[in-house]
Design a protein around this ligand. Structure first.
Ligand code: M6R
Length: 614
């Protein structure tokens, strides 16, 4: 939520900042702006409502000279998206400019105090309160900018990643972080700041992750300096980021979402590489191997996650219970963090997150750690906050996911969970060799099967055309595919704005069946498993009430076509891996319906990719 970028060096800052904003646009696109400090010390702030295109257009006839600057793309929290509420905000006397990602929770109290001291505000944002607090401290204490930032932040409750520049000083940016991501790229005589390290890889692969409660003093020609809120020097490490620019481009596809859907045969190869041995069929994960005693002694696993990662966790629960016989629970991180959950010292909390930056999941981790639980992360973004906050973990390794709707991360997360379950089960002796081999071979067969599924794109696009009229959809599935139904419905909702419900197929008759009519299509997942026959009956119930049914079924099934209106035939794999196959046509269905409705699938309204605020 909100993307921030900064640059200081010898080059023109503005084009670098705009490029950085474009890479971060997935984090929010309500408004955008830049602040540039010119060689003469002038501070120019330009901002406007809308996307980066609008900002670039706005900048066309402006003075954008300067080799130091900060920029922001906003996902609105406090105050509607308009020019005034756009970042950067500047202090009442126009001397200090600041960009902010996060929420200042005690902004009302601070605003009242500053108003009483004579400060006037232009916007409705919490961020403008902070920049004025910095100026107030600077004036009353007569201190340096970094000291003013430090003292001001000591009064703040909330989450922030900020970057601050000052009129008359084109040699310095001050940045700070608490619960919102911030990376600093270290180049040759130049520094880059970003909410997401991957956005600056075309300039440098050397990254310093700023930790919570740290302030970065970034000065031209000087080594980077980090201090804590208590003014103690903080040590830092330069990490090499292993991402190429092509991972961040659309690569000929019209959208990132379509690119990411189509990448899945390759991303699953990347996910299982070095983990499932193609010759022996053995699964080895270092995060399990290195902590095997804990896994063997685990009383229970508790998954904490949000959104699509929560859906993957529902599949994880079934994998852990069925394959390793470890009781498993799945919690919305946002609920878990505010409850008083019962956690035992031998519980393992598994935090699942694509971005590794989701605020609620981070808070759930901190609660679990305080309760003494061992916390394991399943993250995609390497070096992300969640990856660093967990005791151990397994990376999903599906590469940067930029489309707001999560696709390849979901299939990667389920793949990781299946590998984890197998690795633990082998040591616990909870599955037979035959079963273990079948799942391991199933994992190895996924890339080829996913290629086959993607060949159905044209057929799914034709189906999407037929159903673009619908205002409501219901998705049904059972067992491992109940979460797949939830995920299919979420995809449709978020990018097409069509209302969709995912439901366990048999539960439908306890209420939602009342909704069935010829206008509301049902997407039924009916693949070979223990509930296959039962799901056929559930489909008959829909048909008996005049409903239209699109079935996702295993190739060669002779029964399903006879009782449904349309079928999508996918290659079969063992039931516990079927969600990885089935979710792909559901992603495509949502995608094409959204495209036919003229939606912006990579930037759906009201959404942002990483939810770094509560
Ligand atoms: O980065 P995370 O996996 O923690 O994100 C969780 C959700 O915000 C995310 O899955 C969201 O629901 C996506 N828009 C779903 O497509």
């Amino acid at each position: 939520m909100c993307g921030i970028v900064g640059y200081i060096g010898d080059r023109d800052a503005c084009p670098i900042l705009i490029k950085g904003l474009r890479r971060l646009e997935y984090r929010g696109y309500d408004s955008a702006g830049v602040a540039l400090v010119g060689g003469d010390g002038s501070l120019n702030v330009y901002k406007c409502k809308g996307k980066i295109d609008a900002l670039e257009h706005f900048l066309a006839d402006k003075d954008t000279a300067g080799t130091v600057g900060i920029a922001h793309t906003r996902w609105a929290t406090h105050g509607e998206p308009n020019d005034t509420n756009a970042h950067p905000h500047f202090s009442a006397d126009g001397r200090i400019a600041m960009i902010h990602n996060g929420i200042i929770e005690n902004y009302r109290v601070l605003k009242d105090a500053l108003t009483a001291a004579g400060v006037t505000f232009r916007s409705e944002t919490d961020s403008e309160v902070l920049v004025n607090l910095i100026e107030y401290v600077r004036d009353t204490e007569g201190c340096t900018l970094e000291e003013a930032v430090r003292l001001a932040l000591k009064k703040v409750v909330g989450a922030y990643a900020i970057a601050v520049v000052e009129k008359g000083n084109n040699d310095k940016i001050i940045a700070a972080r608490q619960s919102s991501p911030m990376a600093i790229g270290v180049g040759k005589g130049e520094y880059f700041i970003s909410s997401d390290a991957s956005s600056i890889v075309e300039y440098t692969h050397d990254i310093v992750y700023v930790e919570d409660g740290e302030i970065a003093v970034i000065e031209r020609g000087k080594p980077l300096q980090l201090v804590t809120l208590d003014n103690e020097e903080a040590e830092y490490r330069v990490t090499k980021l292993d991402i190429s620019i092509s991972d961040l481009e659309k690569g000929g596809y019209p959208t990132f979402m379509l690119k990411e859907i189509n990448e899945q045969p390759r991303t699953i190869v990347d996910c299982i590489r070095g983990r499932v041995n193609a010759d022996s069929g053995r699964v080895i994960l270092s995060g399990i191997r290195d902590n095997i005693d804990r896994w063997l002694a685990a009383r229970r696993v508790v998954f904490v996650a949000c959104g699509t990662s929560w859906h993957a966790s529902l599949i994880g629960k079934q994998l852990f219970e069925n394959i390793c016989r470890i009781p498993a629970e799945v919690e919305y991180a946002s609920e878990f963090r505010y409850r008083n959950p019962v956690l035992f010292p031998d519980d393992i909390v598994i935090a699942v997150s694509q971005s590794g930056e989701t605020a609620d999941t981070l808070a759930a981790i901190s609660l679990a750690r305080k309760a003494g639980a061992f916390v394991y992360g399943i993250c995609n973004v390497i070096g992300s906050s969640i990856a660093r906050a967990t005791d151990s973990g397994t990376y999903v390794h599906v590469g940067p996911e930029i489309g707001v709707a999560s696709t390849k991360a979901f299939t990667g997360q389920v793949t990781v969970m299946a590998m984890m379950a197998l690795a633990i089960a082998e040591r616990k002796g909870t599955v037979s060799k035959e079963y273990y081999d079948e799942v391991a071979q199933g994992l190895l067969s996924l890339p080829e099967k996913l290629k086959e599924v993607l060949e159905l794109s044209g057929q799914v696009a034709d189906l999407a055309k037929i159903f673009t009229y619908a205002h409501n959809f219901i998705y049904l599935g059972r067992g491992y595919n109940y979460p797949t139904a939830l995920e299919g419905a979420l995809k449709l909702k978020e990018i097409s704005y069509i209302h969709a419900e995912g439901y366990p197929a048999a539960e439908m008759k306890h209420g939602p069946i009342a909704l069935i009519d010829a206008e509301m299509p049902t997407v039924a997942i009916v693949t070979p498993d223990v509930t296959y026959e039962k799901t056929l009956s559930n489909i008959e119930e829909v048909k008996a009430r005049g409903g239209k049914v699109i079935a996702v079924m295993a190739k060669g099934d002779a029964t399903v076509p006879g009782i449904t209106d349309y079928v999508i035939e996918v290659p079969a794999v063992i039931d516990c891996l079927m969600p990885i196959i089935v979710s792909v046509p559901l992603q495509l269905l949502a995608y094409y319906i959204a495209v036919y409705k003229g939606r912006n699938v990579d930037q759906p309204r009201n959404l942002a990719k990483s939810v770094t605020v509560e």
